[in-house]
Design a protein around this ligand. Structure first.
Ligand SMILES: O=C(O)CCC(=O)C(=O)O
Length: 236
């Protein structure tokens, strides 16, 4: 399998070897998050009430950081408690450094404590568990990377299709097969001009875990936190 790339993304087919161990550890992480948040599997998409079938967990270097998604807020747990996430976080940082070289370019965007040994550690991670091919994610772009930051996306378990299409021209489309142990680097600018999705694939009978590392700027964290606090006040 070869690396594939276009200007706004890079697919690396084999980043991890010991994927069974990583998969098992991530499954534990997602299960423990859900023990804390048993009722958080609904949201709104395009104004409609939806059930989130795939399972999710959110971790941050700023525990308690809110994340707005599907019309509601989710609260991130502390990434430092999860060894497996810390290992993947380090790998994500290395891949970004290899891709862009210019570490300084991102210094304005990230919190000082995320800069270690001249690499910038992503400070937020979103984990999705797709139990089988009935679980999907609709075409969307990620608002937290509209400031031109990277998203580093790792896949473990079943191979799934990943469809990227232009926001203005649906026919301008690329498709990747995301294999066990692979990585997609969504490069700066991708969220501004492209949608991405994981479509339903009925023939897929096994599970897949996706982990996306993000670089949240202090400004972004402040803005979402203020928004969250306002929403909590308006409830009381
Ligand atoms: O599962 C994937 O590969 C995609 C996940 C995704 O689109 C997201 O977290 O925004």
């Amino acid at each position: 399998m070869k690396r594939r790339q276009e200007q706004l993304w890079l697919y690396i087919p084999k980043v991890f070897e010991k994927t069974k161990e990583i998969y098992a550890d991530l499954k534990t992480v997602i299960t423990s998050y859900e023990t804390l948040h048993p009722n958080e599997r609904t949201g709104k998409f395009m104004g409609k009430e939806v059930t989130i079938h795939r399972r999710q967990a959110l971790y941050s270097t700023t525990p308690g950081e809110p994340y707005h998604y599907l019309g509601r807020f989710f609260i991130a747990e502390d990434i430092s408690k999860c060894e497996v996430l810390l290992k993947l976080q380090q790998k994500a940082a290395e891949l970004v450094k290899e891709d862009c070289g210019l570490v300084k370019k991102y210094c304005g965007l990230v919190k000082e404590d995320c800069i270690k040994n001249d690499i910038i550690l992503p400070n937020f991670v979103f984990i999705n568990l797709y139990e089988d091919g009935n679980h999907f994610i609709s075409p969307h772009s990620d608002g937290d990377a509209l400031d031109g930051s990277y998203i580093v996306s790792f896949s473990f378990g079943a191979t799934r299709r990943f469809v990227i299409h232009d926001k203005l021209n649906k026919k301008d489309k690329s498709e990747l097969s995301l294999h066990n142990g692979s990585c997609v680097l969504m490069r700066p600018g991708m969220q501004n001009s492209k949608f991405h999705s994981i479509p339903i694939e009925k023939r897929v009978k096994s599970a897949r875990i996706n982990v996306t590392f993000r670089f949240h700027s202090p400004q972004y964290i402040r803005k979402v936190t203020e928004w969250y606090e306002r929403s909590q006040k308006s409830k009381t």
